[in-house]
Design a protein around this ligand. Structure first.
Ligand SMILES: [Zn+2]
Length: 294
């Protein structure tokens, strides 16, 4: 299986340096990527998270909440959507047979509508809770305007006994290659998962929004920017589970870092390390080979 790392539209949050830790000023806008994976199998493509999609680029105000548009001001450029990047790699939207979602937040599910024929895989509790639209914040983050593909959604409960490096997991998703697993990492949302992908003898773990800054995975002295700490607290649906899962991910990294490469959906440095190119690139730089797994 070949892995392509795609940044499907960065967010440019208020707070600059306070958010991302690398923008020069707190007055400038910061930058958080949206790290999606395109898994190229023998016969079909699987997409892990979708970022923002064509509909979001064309008419953000009708699909996204004004609250998050003001806070995050995403860099809406059509060539940065997953579907346009996939086309640039020489494929068609119809080649994407499956989409695996870490969770249903607007910045992960925005591209679903661009792949109307794909099966969409997630935990049952994520779908069920998102559909409830229970609180004001839920209605800002979960956007039914992005969910035209609901009839294709396939949902799962983690089954007892299925384990991956000590974590629960879902090993068999309908139609998805057996090298791709859902690893429940509740906290940011109740049905939030990481997506583990076996590449040769190693694993990638796209940990979604289980953490946001690479230094949160420091075993000795975990650290996060104040802005991202605030953002994660604001967005968490289960604080205890979130902090516990961060600790488990740190332990996994410490004990199995040689076998499992863990990364967040939004950290620029991790994106650049894994993709071998800038997260800010214009579209022509996408012809650079993905960093091979060794
Ligand atoms: Zn996110």
């Amino acid at each position: 299986m070949r892995v392509h790392h795609l940044n499907c539209i960065s967010s440019c949050p208020l707070g600059g340096r306070v958010m991302d830790g690398r923008t020069r000023s707190v007055l400038a806008r910061g930058r958080l990527c949206c790290h999606c994976l395109l898994l190229e199998g023998d016969r079909s493509l699987t997409l892990v998270d979708t970022g923002f999609g064509l509909g979001d680029v064309a008419d953000p105000g009708s699909r996204l909440s004004h609250f998050f548009l003001t806070l995050l001001r995403p860099e809406f450029r059509e060539e940065l959507t997953a579907v346009r990047q996939i086309e640039r790699l020489g494929f068609a939207a119809a080649d994407v047979s499956d989409i695996v979602l870490t969770h249903l937040d607007f910045d992960h599910a925005g591209g679903l509508d661009d792949f109307p024929g794909a099966r969409v895989h997630m935990l049952a509790i994520e779908r069920d809770y998102a559909l409830q639209q229970a609180t004001w914040l839920d209605r800002q983050r979960y956007r039914p305007q992005q969910w035209s593909t609901q009839s294709n959604w396939q949902v799962y409960d983690p089954r007892a006994g299925e384990r991956w490096f000590g974590f629960d997991c879902v090993r068999e998703m309908n139609g998805v290659a057996p090298e791709v697993l859902l690893v429940p990492l509740a906290g940011h949302t109740l049905g939030h998962v990481g997506v583990a992908v076996q590449v040769g003898s190693r694993w990638l773990l796209q940990a979604g929004d289980a953490y946001f800054h690479h230094r949160e995975m420091d075993l000795e002295r975990p650290w996060c920017t104040p802005g991202l700490r605030f953002y994660q607290t604001m967005m968490e649906q289960d604080r205890e589970a979130r902090l516990h899962n961060q600790e488990r991910l740190r332990e996994l990294k410490a004990e199995r870092g040689g076998e499992v490469d863990i990364f967040s959906a939004h950290d620029l440095e991790e994106f650049e390390r894994l993709s071998g190119r800038s997260a800010r690139v214009p579209e022509e730089a996408l012809s650079v080979e993905s960093a091979p797994m060794r």
